[in-house]
Design a binder for this molecule. Structure first.
Ligand SMILES: Nc1ncnc2c1ncn2[C@@H]1O[C@H](COP(=O)(O)OP(=O)(O)OP(=O)(O)O)[C@@H](O)[C@H]1O
Length: 203
C-alpha cells in the first residue's frame, strides 16, 4: 500500500516543493505560466482537486481536477492541504506530488496562506514564496481589468487580500510583482538559488 501524506518523510525526497501564495490578482497564475515556459521538465505545477463546478474556459485536469463530494471525501486521507472556500472544497492530492518529488522534480503549488501553512507542517523543507502586488490599488485595478469577476466578487477578493497579506511574514521569500518581467526573473532566480540543478533556462 502506498504511504499516506502523514507517513512520508518528505524531506528525504530529491525534488523540492514550492508554495506560491498571494492575494487574488497579485499575479500568481501569470508568474507560474511564465516560470513553466522557462523551466524544463524538472518543474511542474500541481493540480488541485475541487468540488466546485468548472468555470467557463477551465479545462478539467489542467486547471483543476473537478470531483464530486464523495470522490473528494475518498481523497481526504492523502491530501497535503485542503480548504473550504465559499462552500466548495479544494485540496492537493499528495500522491502525484510525492511521485514527482521522488523523481527529483520541483513541484509548485499555487494555494492560499492557510494551505501554505498546512504544507509547511507536513513538508518542513518546502519553500514558501509570497507574491505581493505593488499596492492594494494595483490589485483592484488588475482584478477589474482581468474581467473575470463581478463587483461583489472583487470586493470579497480585496477583503481576503488583507488577511493573506498579513500572513505573508510567515513565508520564506517575498516577491513584488510590479514589472512582470522583473518578477519572473526574480522567481527564476529564487528557485535557482534554492534548488540545485534546477533545469531552468536563466537567459
Ligand atoms: N506585473 C503585472 N503587471 C500588470 N498586470 C499584471 C501583472 N501580473 C499579472 N497581471 C495581470 O493581473 C491579473 C491578475 O493576475 P493573475 O490572474 O495571474 O492573478 P492570481 O494571483 O493568479 O489571481 P487569483 O488568485 O484570483 O487566481 C491578470 O489579468 C494578469 O494579466
Amino acid at each position: 500500500m502506498e504511504a499516506e501524506a502523514g507517513e512520508t518523510d518528505w524531506t528525504t525526497l530529491p525534488g523540492r516543493l514550492v508554495v506560491l501564495s498571494g492575494a487574488s490578482g497579485a499575479g500568481k497564475s501569470t508568474l507560474v505560466h511564465r516560470l513553466l515556459d522557462r523551466a524544463g521538465p524538472r518543474v511542474r505545477r500541481s493540480i488541485s482537486a475541487t468540488t466546485r463546478a468548472p468555470r467557463e474556459g477551465e479545462v478539467p485536469g489542467l486547471d483543476y481536477d473537478f470531483v464530486g463530494p464523495e470522490e473528494f471525501e475518498a481523497l481526504r486521507d492523502d491530501l497535503l492541504e485542503s480548504a473550504e472556500v465559499h462552500g466548495a472544497w479544494y485540496g492537493t492530492p499528495a500522491g502525484p506530488v510525492r511521485e514527482a518529488l521522488a523523481r527529483g522534480i520541483c513541484v509548485v503549488l499555487v494555494i492560499d496562506v492557510q494551505g501554505g501553512f498546512q504544507v509547511r507542517r507536513k513538508v518542513p523543507n518546502a519553500l514558501l514564496i509570497f507574491v505581493q502586488a505593488p499596492s492594494l490599488a494595483a490589485l483592484e485595478t488588475r482584478l477589474r481589468e482581468r474581467g473575470t469577476d463581478d463587483d461583489a466578487t472583487i470586493a470579497r477578493r480585496l477583503a481576503n487580500a488583507r488577511r493573506e497579506i498579513e500572513a505573508a511574514e510567515g513565508y520564506d521569500v517575498q516577491l513584488v510583482n510590479d514589472d512582470l518581467e522583473t518578477c519572473v526573473d526574480a522567481l527564476v532566480a529564487t528557485l535557482a538559488g534554492h534548488l540545485c540543478g534546477d533545469g531552468i533556462d536563466h537567459d
